[in-house]
Design a protein around this ligand. Structure first.
Ligand SMILES: N[C@@H](CCC(=O)N[C@@H](CS)C(=O)NCC(=O)O)C(=O)O
Length: 205
């Protein structure tokens, strides 16, 4: 059986866990914190990050987008949560890139504030990162929802957006403020009510 490595505190790991449950891909789980166990992080991933997906043939995949690409290929085009062709595929990958870009900037802003001694935090840089995260959130908020970002079928664009918003609500509430992104909050509430999201709730540190 495959093993997904990483905790649900990691939104990148969480989006893979949710997709695996939605797609009924059997898997075990190793709830690794690379902060607590950096040696194990480097064992499973040359750059020491989660998620990683250990396959039955002994290979280990890293990088959530590459792991998702593998999983979508495995389940085939009819079940895939990333549309297989054309404009819908391009659109899905772009929406995922915006949402994961928001995550990258937000995670870096959190590291800037929490991983440095107080006198070494460079507030202008943290603000720059938060402005970039806000740019991505504004772009996602403008996107119509019918009822999902790509129409009637939920895709990885929705999963990535919802895990991002939930992560920000817990970790950077000042950025996602409840009145600021009504459509994103609505989409996230609908997604978080789904059984696959409930099965992999965000952990808090
Ligand atoms: N682009 C990567 C990002 C993964 C990532 O940054 N994971 C974080 C957890 S949220 C991590 O392992 N951080 C530890 C570190 O970078 O030292 C992906 O999508 O898999």
């Amino acid at each position: 059986m495959m093993t997904l490595i990483g905790r649900n505190l990691s939104p990148y790991t969480r989006r893979v866990a949710i997709a695996m449950t939605m797609l009924d891909v059997p898997h075990a789980r190793e709830y690794l914190s690379v902060t607590a166990d950096p040696e194990r992080g480097l064992e499973i991933n040359p750059v020491g990050r989660v998620p990683a997906l250990q396959l039955e043939d002994g290979d280990t995949l890293i990088e959530s987008s590459a792991i998702l690409d593998y999983l979508m290929d495995l389940v085939g085009p009819a079940k895939s949560l990333i549309p297989p062709h054309g404009k819908a595929r391009r659109d899905c990958l772009q929406l995922m890139a915006i949402a994961s870009g928001v995550l990258d900037k937000s995670v870096n802003a959190i590291y800037e504030a929490r991983r440095r001694p107080a006198e070494k935090i460079h507030e202008p840089w943290r603000q720059h990162l938060l402005r970039q995260a806000t740019g991505g959130l504004n772009a996602l908020e403008q996107r119509p929802q019918n009822p999902w970002l790509q129409g009637e079928r939920l895709t990885m664009a929705d999963i990535t957006t919802a895990v991002t918003v939930t992560f920000l609500q817990a970790m950077l509430p000042e950025v996602i403020g409840s009145g600021l992104y009504p459509k994103l909050h609505d989409l996230t509430a609908r997604a978080e009510a789904l059984p696959a999201f409930q099965a992999h709730k965000l952990e808090t540190p």
